[in-house]
Design a binder for this molecule. Structure first.
Ligand SMILES: Nc1ncnc2c1ncn2[C@@H]1O[C@H](COP(=O)(O)OP(=O)(O)OP(=O)(O)O)[C@@H](O)[C@H]1O
Length: 266
């Protein structure tokens, strides 16, 4: 990654390309013909009806789920079985109650083979920039829901992978905390060079966070929509009052209704 401390630039070759992915569990077809890209430094949201296979797709990227067909490439090469370029944040924060916040934050590094001391050192460096200074020696149950999500996010990014896969990162939070964490994510994203593929059920969140919003149909088939959100739309102050936001939301709600009805739109 390159760029200044304030605004990093991603490596321009590091594009994620998913082509023709198909997955069935037994005789239940879940994904069929899924093709998408995430450009370096892009935030792409994946929305779709419940059960349309969003988490399954992230599972295929992480290697937890074996696809029946299709290819996944990153930086113009097939994604290796081990040492994938993805860091995954699951729907629930799954912080371990018997570990301190600091040791929870470093657990991904320990699982990857680093010593606890090294994991602590790397995780500790992110506490202040992530607004978590002073929580290192607390236990997860002593934190608010919003703080827990920040720790779960820190645990994900400290692995220093170029692509973050976030499964409904703010889904369990109240509206005020969600707004606060969306701002927080946008601000720290600017200082790094991550590409992000993010699942959300919240259309407003998708518009606010994303460069593009992808829509999965309920009946397995190609994506129903790939909607671009202009970077000219302010994402922090001024987002709510920008007239382009309700237009985009209306268009996405329309596509989602069609996705739930499952009919492929032209
Ligand atoms: N390991 C599995 N074995 C069998 N069926 C599975 C498995 N994992 C997922 N499924 C099924 O695949 C379908 C898609 O599930 P998935 O969790 O990917 O959907 P989703 O779009 O993420 O849903 P939600 O929005 O409700 O989280 C569901 O019908 C689910 O029951």
């Amino acid at each position: 990654m390159t760029g200044t401390a304030d605004h990093a630039s991603p490596n321009p070759t590091e594009q994620l390309e998913v082509r023709g992915v198909r997955k069935a569990f037994g005789d239940r077809l879940v994904l069929n013909g899924i093709t998408l890209t995430v450009a370096p430094g892009e935030i792409v949201s994946l929305v779709g009806p419940s059960g349309s296979g969003k988490s399954t797709l992230l599972g295929i990227l992480t290697g937890a789920v074996e696809p029946d067909a299709g290819s996944i490439r990153f930086a113009n090469a097939p994604v290796p079985e081990r040492h994938r370029p993805f860091a995954y944040m699951p729907q629930r924060d799954v912080l371990l109650p018997w570990r301190t916040v600091l040791d929870n934050a470093g657990i991904g590094l320990e699982v990857a083979g680093q010593s606890r001391a090294d994991a602590r050192r790397q995780a500790r460096g992110l506490f202040a920039p992530f607004g978590l200074a002073g929580t290192e020696h607390l236990y997860p149950q002593q934190l608010s829901g919003g703080m827990r999500q920040r720790v779960a996010f820190l645990r994900t990014v400290v692995q220093r992978k170029p692509v973050l896969l976030l499964d409904e990162p703010f889904g369990a939070l109240d509206a005020i905390t969600r707004d606060e964490l969306q701002r927080w994510l946008l601000e720290i994203w600017r200082r790094h060079a991550w590409s992000i593929l993010l699942i959300t059920h919240d259309i407003r969140e998708a518009v606010r966070l994303s460069d593009r919003v992808l829509i999965l149909p309920s009946v397995p088939g190609p994506l129903l929509g790939d909607v671009r959100v202009s970077r000219d739309i302010p994402r922090l102050d001024g987002f709510i009052t920008d007239p382009r936001v309700p237009e985009l939301e209306a268009a996405l709600h329309d596509l989602l209704r069609q996705a739930a009805g499952a009919g492929r739109v032209a």
